[in-house]
Design a protein around this ligand. Structure first.
Ligand code: BTN
Length: 237
């Protein structure tokens, strides 16, 4: 159960909002959920040890710390919350989720999510390209922003509020499991389903996700599970 209002801290700049919350958790613990927001993240971290690029004043970088909330399929539940918020903000029907938790439009990434666990706590890191109009050369072909999609700028704090409220709402409604309703929402938004997907060890057509959040692939008539790592789809990063 999450009691509102949740403490939200706005930082002028920080190395990484995820690292910031992890330091607080390790030093003092947290009595209640906490949200940290910045538009100037200096050393952002992505999934699989990657760097997360953001532009000062243009990108939303935020993290949410929760206690005793982790469950199987947790990162997919978070993706549903973020997806629903961004979809209603930009009235963009073509937003999709790329398994496990990227929010994309067409073949370009709008938002990335990094969930990290520290003991009984989970830190949910969310990076959204909001008002970006130029991306670094190496990501320019595979990144988009709300500004590109909607043709206008947005208030970064308002986006942060809408995203955190939507994530809290999904986590509360799901009752601590990757429930049927949110699994169905995930599947209907999932860009992988119905397409040929290459995982680390095998390739097949994505047919759904299971109750633990694994991506299910039909590999020559046999259903195989992808539980971690990255999947590649033709035409998408
Ligand atoms: C990914 O797609 O690889 C995940 C990107 C997650 C980026 C966010 S930005 C806010 C939070 N702080 C970080 O250092 N990373 C996450």
């Amino acid at each position: 159960m999450i009691n509102f209002p949740v403490d939200t801290v706005y930082l002028e700049s920080v190395d990484s909002t995820n690292s910031y919350l992890k330091r607080i958790i390790k030093e003092n613990g947290l009595d209640a959920p906490m949200v940290v927001v910045t538009d100037n993240q200096l050393s952002g971290r992505g999934r699989l040890g990657r760097v997360w690029q953001s532009s000062p004043g243009e990108s939303l970088c935020m993290s949410i710390a929760l206690q005793n909330s982790y469950c199987e399929g947790f990162t997919l539940l978070v993706a549903v919350g973020v997806y629903e918020a961004l979809k209603s903000i930009c009235s963009e029907n073509s937003l999709q989720i790329k398994w496990p938790n990227d929010i994309i439009c067409g073949n370009k990434k709008l938002c990335g999510i990094l969930c990290e666990r520290v003991g009984a706590y989970t830190v949910i890191g969310i990076g959204v390209n909001v008002n970006n109009k130029i991306f670094d050369e190496e990501i320019a072909h595979k990144a988009t922003s709300l500004r590109f999609l909607c043709g206008r700028c947005f208030d970064i704090k308002e986006i942060a509020k809408a995203v955190s409220e939507s994530v809290f709402s999904v986590l509360s409604k799901s009752g601590g499991i990757f429930d049927k309703l949110h699994k169905e929402t995930f599947e209907s938004a999932c860009a992988n389903i119905g397409r040929c997907v290459a995982a680390e060890k095998f390739s097949g057509v994505a047919v759904g996700v299971d109750e633990n959040g694994a991506l299910l692939l039909d590999v020559q008539g046999e259903t195989k599970k992808v539980t971690s790592g990255e999947v590649a789809m033709h035409g998408i990063y």
